[in-house]
Design a protein around this ligand. Structure first.
Ligand code: SAM
Ligand code: SF4
Ligand code: FES
Length: 333
């Protein structure tokens, strides 16, 4: 297979005449390296309270218009149990950066959920090495922390009061602690260049990430980026396809943001390199309030409905649902 240099990646991203070739090559590499099984991860969005001010995100603390919520630790554990009972082998715990869940609380949640014989993925933001270590010791298996963009200037513009170097430190700490590390980027941030997207892809490879989530940016009306255009679905798909071709056996979710921009977004993504879907298992009373961007899918659907819905869709394209934990690179047919 030809080498994907920075120049080559930029050329592919800029030239839409090669899209069909790109998507079918990504699908072929996906089939060869991770097989036809799709891993489902049950997503619990347990708090929409966040101390950060990411310019693009509806949960940013400066947004005073959303109703905030926190799910109590014992209720998070109950939600996880329900998700395991309906067949999930991984629970993803995601939230804003909410210090209410201190290290003790987080570790208790992790330890209790681990009793259900399930893998745990965390997506709870930037923490210290000691905190990450405590989560790992408590049993957490994976951690998602998108770099969002590797363009340092753009990163710092998009994340007031945060530092690019600390983001890198977090990813390095997570790797050294033995987590499966997930990162990724937003596609279509105002001011982002195609060249920087190519750098994002090369960065994912350089840090040997185990999971990569690519999401189109979707403009939220209660943020400073309210007048910005949404990211482009096809461009996000192309970035994802290139990641599959270059990184081969990693796990790649068909992201919910893709489905928000295109009614069949997740299925198209699954046929262009993705092998993971993360259906929401949060109770419906909270779903609409976790509004990172407008138009979020499934806000009124019960967990069991989403599970059945996505299973049907996956089977309709000739793929099957994995019955195992879905760690990186273990091809099961
Ligand atoms: N607070 C944690 C963090 O930032 O890592 C986890 C939750 S955060 C809501 C999860 C992801 O949502 C972020 O990594 C970001 O890429 C994505 N996100 C936030 N705002 C978005 C928007 N307007 N459009 C698309 N994705 C968005
Ligand atoms: Fe908070 Fe994450 Fe949203 Fe940033 S992206 S404001 S850290 S929830
Ligand atoms: Fe929620 Fe289809 S995945 S209703």
């Amino acid at each position: 297979m030809e080498e994907f240099t920075r120049e080559k990646i930029i050329e592919i991203l800029k030239d839409d005449s090669q899209n069909d070739w790109l998507f079918s090559l990504a699908d072929k590499v996906r089939k060869e390296y991770v097989g036809d099984e799709v891993h489902l991860r049950g997503l619990i969005e347990f708090s929409n309270i966040c101390k950060c001010t990411c310019q693009y995100c509806g949960l940013r603390c400066a947004n005073k218009t959303i109703e905030r919520y926190r799910i109590e630790p014992e209720d998070i554990i109950d939600l996880a149990k329900m998700a395991v009972d309906i067949g999930y082998k991984t629970i993803v715990l995601q939230s804003g950066e909410d210090n209410f869940y201190d290290t003790d609380k987080m570790c208790k949640i992790i330890e209790n959920i681990k009793k259900f014989d399930v893998a745990i993925t965390l997506g709870i933001g930037e923490k210290t090495y000691e905190q990450y270590k405590a989560y790992r010791d408590a049993g957490a298996d994976r951690f998602l922390l998108r770099i969002e963009t590797t363009d340092k200037n753009l990163y710092e513009k998009m994340h007031p009061h945060m530092s690019f170097d600390n983001r890198l430190r977090c990813l390095k700490d997570l790797k050294s602690l033995g987590f499966e590390v997930g990162t990724g980027c937003l596609v279509g941030l105002p001011g982002q260049t195609i060249e920087s997207l190519a750098d994002d892809i090369l960065f994912f490879k350089e840090i040997e990430a185990d999971m990569i989530g690519i999401g189109p940016f979707i403009s939220h009306p209660q943020t400073p980026l309210k007048d910005a255009d949404n990211g482009n679905f096809i461009l996000a798909l192309k970035v994802m396809a290139l990641v599959r071709i270059i990184m081969k056996n990693i796990n790649i979710p068909a992201t919910t943001a893709m489905e928000t921009l295109h009614e069949n977004g997740r299925l198209i993504a699954l046929q262009s390199g993705a092998n993971v879907v993360m259906p929401n298992v949060t109770s419906t009373e909270y779903r609409a309030k976790y509004e990172i961007y407008p138009g979020k899918i499934c806000i009124n659907d019960e967990p069991s409905k989403c599970r059945g819905c996505i299973e049907g869709k996956i089977k309709s394209i000739g793929r099957s649902i994995s019955q195992n934990y879905g760690f990186r690179g273990k091809k099961q047919r």
